[in-house]
Design a binder for this molecule. Sequence first.
Ligand code: GDP
Length: 358
Amino acid sequence: MTDKPKSQFTNPETPGYVGFANLPNQVHRKSVKKGFEFTLMVVGESGLGKSTLINSLFLTDLYPERVIPGAAEKIERTVQIEASTVEIEERGVKLRLTVVDTPGYGDAINSQDCFNTIISYIDDQFERYLHDESGLNRRHIVDNRVHCCFYFISPLGHGLKPLDVQFMKAIHNKVNVVPVIAKADTLTLKERERLKRRVLDEIEEHDIKIYHLPDAESDEDEDFKEQTRILKASIPFAVVGSNQQIEAKGKKVRGRLYPWGVVEVENPEHNDFLKLRTMLITHMQDLQERLKRGGRLSSHGYILPLSPAKGAEPAEMDKDMILREKEAELRRMQEMIAKMQAQMQKQGEGADQPVQPN
Ligand code: GDP
């Protein structure tokens, strides 16, 4: 049977389907054995549809008990960090997904304060990982680092706001930033294209480093190459989310009902939701690896390398990676030696005769 959807953008028939069971084979095999861990952070002003989009992406209600604060409360509010973890399983592949939400972002008058909470969170997770990784028991460490940040941009403005620029610049060396235009159904096609162009220009102008999808390898199949090309061309993804199932053309779909018709979340002609999901699912490993490769702290944060380009760069990157692994190995050995020495000393102190060296 070959009725399987060819493109990942095609709406899959299976209800409750997210699509990570279709991760590339190599990742798939690893994931089956170990389960896959991924942390996604969502940042943007409240009301831009972050929780709705996350629920639509993973078909899970991550926020069943959320209370929406009133305006007066908002002014007082500082940003909070809310991490929710769900385990999703598809065809035997397990995904342990943590979504880190940042309610209160942009609500307070002094926005700088809200940065600090988020940045400390990212830094803490990173340092914990580095610490665990250099420890003795590194097979069982949990990777809670923030691998990717969806940054929500308002569809109502004429591009990026100063807050957007400041925040993305503050985190772009620490996490992979994926810019997302929220509530794309409020824009006409022309307005959407104009806003996308504007956002991209401003990203360049302000030297903001967003996540760049790596080019497909030359030996990949044509479908995958085409898919990568389309995904790259769609950034920033203009998305629509909804928690409602609506009847459209005789089928139940996730969508938003308007007097003139239904905006379907999973219809690639209506918005970039499926492209965003495909990008996330097919590049989960790359998003993680980029953190691993860049995993050294400097006084300005940890530097994320660019996605591996063709040519000499990967070799450089490999060297760097090998070097870093060797350093970690060395650190582990030093710790082990220190432990053994301490133990020998203890034994030596307890014994009547000093231990003879060989
Ligand atoms: P959050 O504060 O960013 O998490 O926003 P919510 O997900 O709570 O959504 C705020 C409001 O926007 C709700 O009334 C949603 O129904 C609505 N909303 C969410 N996504 C969309 C969208 O894609 N388009 C439109 N028009 N409204 C949306």
